[in-house]
Design a binder for this molecule. Structure first.
Ligand code: NAP
Ligand code: ZN
Ligand code: ZN
Length: 352
């Protein structure tokens, strides 16, 4: 298959800083869209992947799955977008498209494994996929999204992961007016969860370790903030929430949050992947019919639904724009929870 070279930023190993490199993109096939990337959000998953926190990272690793840009070339069978249109790509660039999940627009749960925008298994080039920390990306039109024109483009980028990852559980668990929702952790995902739950009409509480974020959370729309390290404060919301979205990236005790669920309430883990320590206590699950669940990103149709909802309600992310060359410093700040609330890379900096 024919390819062309583009500039990118990636890491050669789990210990290495990200640096400029050249990667191959495939020349468009009839169903492909070639996108010039204008902005790319920085997700905590990018950092987990580069540092091999989950194992299985293929190097060089070029992360980035909150991609927005402009269509520069389309294959002859493409109908979704045309040259010059705005386009977006999230966490998925392919799936089998035939299994029961794919048929139900749940490509993120493809029974044959979805193909991630980075560190996926590229069907065309037979090596790892490379993400949005690059000049261009080539993606099958099915996996390309339309961006509402009224949204600030840079601030819309994080909708492609932080947005859809929190939107999908809000929709699955049917959050709306009258729902009581809590969000654990005020970072990229957490701040989008607050905005989206408010947009759906819910009453929203933030659980945070950081008293310095109380005012920000309220400015973002939270009705209440509970400091999770204060056990008395935690007791004051016992039995309250219908849905809790837990975005914390590292292992933590989930039991104190379960006790703040109402009967039939559900805590959805979207942050931490792995064994829970301490273990979950089954008593509240049995005696109060509570659930602890998980959720991964969202399908393509649901991501478009989210983008359209954000267009109608004028919802975008709170961002700090950085240059591509500052990505290593940005990762260090993200590790200290020092992001308000999403870094977005201005890809023009890669052209310099
Ligand atoms: P982030 O911007 O770094 O935010 C995480 C927040 O969690 C922090 O701001 C902090 O909030 C809290 N936190 C951090 N470390 C903590 C600790 N040790 N104990 C308790 N709280 C802690 O990260 P993000 O980009 O939102 O991503 C969050 C997680 O979701 C990552 O693990 C990422 O890989 C994962 N993710 C999952 C999906 C999915 O599909 N399921 C999609 C995207 C990302 P406070 O200061 O308010 O406590
Ligand atoms: Zn992500
Ligand atoms: Zn499938």
């Amino acid at each position: 298959m024919e390819t062309f070279k583009v500039k990118a930023f990636g890491a050669e190993s789990s210990k290495a800083d990200l640096k400029e490199m050249q990667i191959d993109r495939r020349t468009i096939t009839p169903k492909d869209i070639e996108i010039e990337i204008l902005y790319c959000g920085v997700c905590h998953s990018d950092l987990h992947t580069v540092r091999n926190d989950w194992g299985g990272t293929l190097y060089p690793a070029v992360p980035g799955h909150e991609i927005v840009g402009k269509v520069v070339r389309v294959g002859e069978q493409v109908t979704k977008l045309k040259v010059g249109d705005l386009a977006a790509v999230g966490c998925l660039v392919d799936s089998c498209r035939e299994c029961e999940s794919c048929k139900q627009d749940l490509e993120q749960y493809c029974l044959n494994g979805f193909i991630g925008t980075y560190n996926g298994n590229d069907k065309h080039l037979h090596k790892q996929t490379f993400g949005g920390y690059s000049e261009k990306v080539v993606v099958d039109e099915h996996f390309v999204l339309k961006v509402p024109k009224n949204l600030d483009l840079a601030a819309a980028a994080p909708l492609l992961c932080a947005g859809i990852t929190t939107w999908s559980p809000l929709r699955h668990w049917k959050v709306g007016k009258g729902s009581k929702v809590a969000v654990v952790g005020l970072g990229g995902l957490g701040h989008m969860a607050i905005k989206l739950a408010k947009g759906l009409g819910a009453e929203v509480t933030l659980f945070s370790r950081s008293p310095s974020k109380i005012q920000d959370a309220k400015d973002l729309g939270a009705d209440d903030v509970v400091i999770s390290t204060d056990s008395e404060h935690m007791k004051s919301v016992k039995g309250k929430f219908d849905l809790i979205i837990d975005t914390v990236p590292y292992v933590h005790d989930v039991n104190p949050y379960v006790s703040t669920l109402s009967i039939n309430g559900t805590l959805v883990l979207v942050g931490y992947l792995g064994d829970l320590t301490p273990m979950l206590n089954s008593v509240p699950m049995i005696m109060e019919r509570k659930s602890v669940a998980g959720s991964v990103i969202g399908g393509i149709a649901e991501t478009q639904e989210l983008l359209d909802f954000c267009g109608e309600h004028n919802i975008v992310s709170e961002i700090e724009i950085i240059k591509m060359q500052d990505i290593n410093k940005a990762y260090e700040r993200m590790l200290k929870s020092d992001v308000r609330y999403r870094f977005v890379i201005d890809m023009a900096s890669l052209k310099n």
